[in-house]
Ligand binder design. Structure first.
Ligand code: HEC
Ligand code: HEC
Length: 291
């Protein structure tokens, strides 16, 4: 953590001054008056004026020195790094590396299995599930069921392609969907018409007249990414609009909103974080999950 220069000095001086102050407090109270008691007396009980025991003073000084060494070794004095060069991120990195080295052979072994063998192998299933929970469930749901804007990975419907290598590519390199906003191009009227046409593609209740006008808009403006029949184009991430499975909701408002404002779903690339083997295990896990 870095702090502003003023705070750095404030904390640093505050720490040192407190340490000096408690040492002063100790030594200021070491000498005694020479009398047997302090003169305080209540109901026959007198407060004696003995010097502090040596073992106690030793312990006190010892802890102050320990504290000082600790503060200098670890980062503890304001913003200074500490001569031990310890950082929490460094420690995390070290533990992560140890962990990765320990599990690398297992990941490599499981990644060499084909998808059917992964389905049979209990460890592959467990590791796949664990990796999914740790890295993916926050967006795709605990069971891969997805939610609005985050695709369901447990069904057999794939926006970016259903083949193992396509699923792997989705995970490895991420995906960036680009659905343009149409409101300024086709205006409210066009949005309403093409919305009715999109509803008709999946056999939903729709207005025939509007849908037939929308059909023209669709073939000129939309077919390039969603296909002439609206069945989707995996290479562009244009979803199938005819199957009644929706990434952003399938009622007429949601559909009109997608068309009006556009959509830009982002799947973050995982290669840097997980490496090839874990990606292969995850891809196999997802293929099996979706069957
Ligand atoms: C340049 C390619 C492109 C064009 C042209 C395009 N789309 Fe899209 N569309 C996409 C992509 C990519 C997505 C997925 C967005 C995402 O995943 O965030 C999408 C998503 C959608 C969705 C949401 C689907 C869902 O499952 O929720 C609808 C509805 C839609 N498009 C309709 C249209 C209509 C109607 C047109 C023509 C007016 C059109 N699109 C033109 C690429 C395109
Ligand atoms: C920050 C959120 C986020 C995380 C974390 C995330 N994803 Fe995604 N993922 C998305 C989004 C959003 C999309 C859809 C992109 C689009 O609109 O087309 C997606 C798409 C995908 C797809 C393509 C789905 C299809 O239908 O073609 C796969 C496969 C996938 N993710 C797997 C994973 C795996 C495996 C992990 C964990 C290693 C993961 N994702 C982690 C947000 C995320």
């Amino acid at each position: 953590m870095t702090m502003s220069n003023t705070w750095h000095w404030y904390v640093l001086l505050g720490t040192l001054i407190s340490l000096i102050a408690i040492m002063w407090l100790l030594f200021a109270n070491r000498t005694t008056s020479g009398e047997k008691t302090t003169g305080h007396e209540w109901d026959g009980i007198e407060e004696l004026d003995n010097p502090l025991p040596l073992w106690w003073v030793g312990l006190f000084v010892g802890s102050v020195i320990y504290g000082l060494v600790y503060l200098i070794w670890y980062p503890g004095l304001g913003d200074l790094a500490g001569i031990g060069e310890w950082t929490s991120t460094g420690q995390l990195k070290e533990i992560t590396e140890q962990h990765d080295a320990r599990f690398a052979p297992l990941y490599a072994e499981l990644a060499s299995l084909d998808v059917e063998a992964m389905a049979e192998d209990r460890r592959a299933r467990q590791v796949g599930r664990r990796l999914f929970l740790n890295n993916c469930s926050i967006c795709h749901g605990l069971n891969g069921q997805g939610l609005s804007g985050f695709p369901n990975l447990a069904d057999d419907e794939w926006i970016w392609g259903r083949r193992l290598d396509e699923i792997k590519a989705s995970i490895r390199n991420g995906r960036s969907a680009a659905m343009p906003a149409w409101e300024t191009v086709i205006k409210d009227k066009g949005v309403s018409e093409v919305t009715q046409y999109v509803l008709s593609l999946s056999g939903r209740v729709h207005d025939e007249d509007m849908a037939s006008r929308g059909s023209n808009i669709f073939s000129t403006m939309c077919a390039a990414c969603h296909g002439a029949q609206g069945k989707g184009i995996a290479a562009l991430g244009g979803p199938d609009l005819s199957n009644d499975i929706w990434l952003y909701g399938g009622d007429s408002q949601n559909i009109a909103e997608s068309i009006r404002k556009g959509r830009n779903g982002q799947m973050p690339a995982q290669l840097g974080k997980l490496g090839e083997d874990r990606i292969t295990i995850l891809a196999g896990y997802l293929v099996n999950l979706s069957q």
